[in-house]
Design a binder for this molecule. Structure first.
Ligand code: CAA
Length: 287
């Protein structure tokens, strides 16, 4: 690795952040996870404990390895606790103003040469970095949902990303057991540039063809070999996240297929956000 990463920070412990923190501790990195409220941090900790624990129950991990992995995780609400981190992955809310405030605070909290990575899927990494004194330390590390299971990490080179920062992020993703790819700061990077309009087409087909989400999912699983159907996938990603990412892509590329289908916009407005709210295309058990 270009530079040694010993201690990692993860900021924002929602679905993605908690998954990323899990991957880091499982790969042997001391990890500090930060949430805005203690209760949210505890919830993320419980989620990580649950999924690492399942591996023991299923005979994929021994109890000692589980305890060691969980022992590497510390949770905080204080950004100052990330001071000793060599690399921080930001996985907070997808809002430029929120990220700008966070990155300014992060820059003040961490060492001068610490790497600041963003897991953004819809915003420009260059724009996120633009408020920093040292934007060359910022790189995109875009994980996929669910982060512990999906192998790909898109390593995104922003306009000012330093070469050693980029290489370190790439090597770090490989050390996490992931399959990194090198890409540029273009709308949707690689996967979302393709997947978002494709999922939008799938949702439009629901209305055009008058089929049910169940049959659409069955069609794409058994007729196109998808591991999960599109309605299940959008529920997993989050209807709000998908709508936001679609809007961001449409904003930049102006292709009609990028625009979120009205059905999804209505669902997001009604709070039907998929798995996380208990209802999307399907009803989900939240226990
Ligand atoms: N976090 C951590 N661990 C999890 C998890 C999660 N969210 N979900 C499941 N697991 C663990 C569980 O312990 C589970 O075992 P149990 O159910 O026995 O507890 C174990 O992983 C295996 O889970 P599954 O049996 O569900 O695994 P699977 O073999 O069926 O594969 C999958 C699941 C990998 C998600 C597969 O269905 C798949 O590849 N789906 C497509 C997902 C995809 O396309 N994601 C990309 C979304 S787009 C995106 O993320 C980009 C963006 O910017 C929005």
């Amino acid at each position: 690795m270009e530079r040694e990463v010993r201690r990692v920070g993860v900021v924002g412990l929602g679905t993605m952040g908690a998954g990323i923190a899990q991957v880091c501790v499982e790969a042997g990195f001391e990890t500090v996870g930060r949430e805005v409220e203690a209760e949210l941090a505890e919830r993320a900790g419980a989620r990580i404990e649950h999924f690492v624990g399942r591996k023991v129950e299923k005979g994929q991990l021994d109890a000692q390895a589980r305890d060691q992995a969980l022992g590497r995780l510390s949770l905080t609400t204080d950004l100052g606790d990330l001071a000793g981190c060599d690399l921080v992955v930001e996985a907070a809310f997808e809002d430029l103003a929120v990220k700008h405030d966070l990155f300014r605070e992060l820059e003040a909290a961490v060492a001068g040469d610490a790497i600041l990575a963003t897991n953004t899927s819809a915003l420009s990494v260059t724009q996120i970095a633009s408020v920093l004194e040292r934007p060359e330390r910022v790189v995109g590390m875009h994980f996929f949902n669910p982060a512990p299971l999906m192998k790909l990490v898109e390593i995104v080179r922003a306009e000012r990303t330093a070469e050693d920062v980029f290489d370190t992020a790439y090597d770090f993703a490989a050390l996490l057991g992931k399959e990194p790819i090198r890409c540029n700061d273009t709308p949707g990077f690689v996967v979302n540039r393709i997947l978002i309009p494709l999922l939008n087409d799938c949702v439009r087909v629901l209305d055009e063809a008058g089929v049910s989400p169940e049959d659409l999912d069955k069609a794409m699983r058994h007729g196109a070999g998808w591991p999960m159907g599109p309605a299940t996938l959008v529920d997993l990603v989050g209807i709000d996240i998908h709508v936001h990412a679609s809007e961001a892509l449409y904003d930049k590329l102006r292709e009609p297929r990028m625009a979120p289908p009205p059905r999804l916009v209505r669902m997001a407005q009604a709070g039907k956000l998929g798995e996380k709210s208990g209802e999307g295309f399907y009803l989900h058990n939240r226990d």
